[in-house]
Design a protein around this ligand. Structure first.
Ligand code: BDR
Ligand code: CA
Length: 308
């Protein structure tokens, strides 16, 4: 079975990606690593631990990077993921589950060594933990089979006209990952902005009645209300990165040489793709460029319903 660690900044849509991942029978999740992003690292880590206890997942949950490499705290606005990261949704505090004693970068490295070149990573937040592992353990990058990530955009942005949130939070970390030699698949705003769930999906999940399906319906309803208030739509950025890993047919791809802008006053965090191959360099990123939205929505609802 394929082996994954999920590195995330949970986060409403990260939470849904986690539930979908636990519904995927073709993958084994070896652990969850937490990173500052949508909310601070403390809230992210608690969300991950609380979800494990609430949904009965017996996997290690690690604390992780509390700050990006060079800037101070950078979190998304309260309106996007709420104060705790789970919007208006409340799940019980974990009482029996405790954090793994290892910091995320150490855990990632140990799992990479144990898996002997077979470990895959799903990264749905800023790349600080992954970059830390690359910097701390020189053989780490070579041990990773593939890294699937939500982040960046070939065209456009969400926090800035040319920068997507996960990359904008920690551009130096993203640059470290892009130049690491790890095989990368990028699922960026070019496709994720189209991955919008509907009222029909919410009703199907609620009718299913499982704990994960109801929790997902609650999170989607928070997003539906957020959209009605003028905020972000019911967009499944992070679950789409999981889909790239386990249901690649719902996307189309192009290979590009890519770099991360770390210096521009207005463009810091931009993911630059050499779309016209002017630089004549070997591609380092496979980029999702088109999405079959109905197929993705069907897949996501099914995986959430299978989550246990
Ligand atoms: C990304 O930022 C966060 O708001 C989401 O969880 C997603 O990972 C989208 O830009
Ligand atoms: Ca995220």
């Amino acid at each position: 079975m394929r082996k994954f660690v999920i590195d995330c900044d949970t986060g409403t849509d990260d939470a849904i990606a986690l539930m979908a991942a636990f519904g995927c029978e073709e993958i084994e999740i070896l652990g969850i690593t937490s990173v500052n992003g949508n909310v601070n690292e403390d809230n992210v880590s608690r969300n991950n631990l609380n979800m494990c206890e609430y949904l009965g997942w017996e996997v290690p949950v690690c604390r992780g990077a509390a700050y990006p490499f060079t800037m101070g705290f950078r979190n998304s606005s309260d309106q996007t993921h709420g104060k705790t990261g789970l919007g208006s949704v409340v799940i019980p505090e974990a009482v029996s589950h405790t954090f793994d004693r290892r910091i995320s970068s150490r855990f990632l490295y140990e799992k990479a060594v144990e898996c002997q070149g077979e470990l895959e990573l799903l990264v749905t937040g800023p790349m600080t933990n992954i970059a830390a592992a690359i910097i701390q353990y020189p053989d780490f990058a070579k041990l990773i089979k593939h890294l699937w990530f939500m982040g960046g955009a070939v065209y456009g942005g969400n926090v800035l006209p040319t920068a997507e949130f996960n990359i904008w939070v920690d551009p130096e970390a993203a640059l470290t990952v892009f130049s690491s030699g790890i095989p990368l698949t990028m699922v960026g705003l070019d496709v994720t902005l189209k991955a919008i769930m509907t009222r029909e999906d919410i009703e199907e999940l609620r009718a299913n009645g499982s704990k994960a399906a109801v929790l997902t319906a609650d999170l989607l309803e928070f997003m539906e209300k957020r959209f009605a208030r003028g905020g972000e739509d019911i967009i499944m950025h992070d679950a789409l990165a999981l889909a790239a890993a386990v249901y690649p047919e719902c996307l189309q791809y192009r290979d590009y040489w890519m770099d991360v802008e770390t210096r521009g006053d207005y463009t810091r965090g931009h993911t630059y793709a050499d779309v016209r191959n002017k630089l004549n360099r070997q591609p380092n990123v496979r980029v999702a460029t088109e999405i079959d939205v109905p197929a993705f929505r069907r897949w996501l609802v099914d995986k959430i319903c299978l989550c246990k």
